[in-house]
Ligand binder design. Structure first.
Ligand code: KG4
Ligand code: ZN
Length: 336
């Protein structure tokens, strides 16, 4: 629950990680059922935290996509029911837009800005011109960065979710012990690729002596993976900054958002990059980088202010690109 003046009145996050852990990843059916089991309790808890009654709400927002459709349907149905009962507008929020606007909730960043969106499902650079106005400068041609973190963790026996586990293990590792690739570094533009890096981790593991990996091997691989990811992000962002500056000389901020933006090593790398480039950097605090309700509520407020709401016939969207007109990524289908 968020107010118009950027105050977060409630932000309950219920992790389903324990329910999915035995499977090593998110199981769609388990996710949908868990939403159904817990959503009403979370809504009641959030209302209690905020000390508000339903009649005091101005509007109700829910994620309308993209993503696993079962959970999205449960959330949309609940929000529509509250909207109907309270006679307040219902706002369907694009999950990616919620990440994209999160730095305006945390830091009041003005449009336009350059956005690096790095999550479990996406890895994109976008020029953010305004609410609902995004121009994609680059995207991944294969894995998202969060997905690469998760797969690396799985290969190294670090479990799920991978990002925080890899970050933790990397603290004690030597990033230079293994020579890992930096995909796309030689290419122009702002597109990403991470599948070659993932494959290289697998091949490196296979070359190590058979048996359980030593803790030091795991730490060195994690540190190497993170360093490679940092080099790739820095290189792609440097290209994007040049393009952004040409297009929008009135903007000078790089915003980083999405679950991977919680990673302290990558935050530091991007801090160094923006310092060198003379660019401002805004990254929301970690709890607003990983998925949370406050960023969805805030995106709802941004749309509500512009008079945008949705009908009760809104259908959840499994696919919902921020820039529907973006051309396909260059080099897609080509080995990076
Ligand atoms: O935005 P998010 O919470 O959910 C999606 O919209 O996908 O991002 C989740 C992703 C996962 O892949 C997770 O491993 C990654 O963000 N992640 C991290 C860290 N915390 C979460 N990756 C690297 N370092 C972290 N500290
Ligand atoms: Zn997300």
């Amino acid at each position: 629950m968020v107010s118009d003046d950027r105050a977060i009145l409630a932000n309950r996050v219920l992790s389903q990680i324990e329910e999915h852990r035995p499977y090593g990843g998110v199981v769609p059916e388990v996710a949908a059922r868990s939403h159904l089991d817990h959503l009403d309790g979370i809504i009641k808890g959030a209302m209690d935290d905020a000390g508000l009654a339903f009649g005091q709400l101005d509007a109700v927002a829910a994620t309308g996509g993209p993503g696993l459709i079962g959970g999205v349907m449960v959330g949309v149905m609940a929000a529509k029911a509250i909207s109907l009962a309270t006679e307040r507008p219902f706002i369907a929020v694009n999950h990616l837009e919620a990440h994209a606007l999160s730095a305006r909730l945390s830091d009041d960043i003005a449009f336009p800005y350059l956005l690096l969106l790095v999550s479990g499902g996406h890895c994109q650079l976008l020029c953010v011109e305004g609410v609902g106005a995004y121009r994609r400068l680059g995207t991944t041609i294969d894995d998202a960065l969060g997905e690469a973190f998760d797969k690396t963790a799985k290969m190294l026996g670090l479990g799920y979710p991978g990002g925080p586990a890899v970050e933790q293990a990397a603290l004690l590792g030597d990033p230079e012990r293994f020579a890992l690739p930096r995909p796309m570094l030689q290419r122009p533009g702002c597109d990403f690729s991470f599948s070659g890096l993932k494959t290289s981790i697998r091949q490196t593991v296979e070359k190590l002596p058979p048996g359980d990996l030593l803790d030091q091997d795991v730490a060195d691989l994690c540190a190497g993976f993170q360093a490679a990811a940092g080099d790739v992000l820095a290189n792609r962002c440097r290209h994007a900054i040049a393009t952004f500056r040409e297009r929008r000389p009135d903007g000078n901020t790089l915003v980083v958002a999405g679950g991977v933006a919680a990673n302290s090593y990558l935050r530091n790398r991007l801090h160094a990059l923006t310092e060198a480039e003379g660019m401002d950097l805004a990254i929301p605090p970690q709890h607003l980088c990983t998925d949370n309700g406050a960023m969805v509520a805030w995106a709802g407020i941004e749309r509500f202010r512009l008079g945008r709401s949705d009908g009760l016939d809104f259908a959840p969207r499994p696919r919902w690109p921020l820039d529907p007109d973006a051309p396909p990524a260059a080099f897609a289908g080509v080995k990076a």
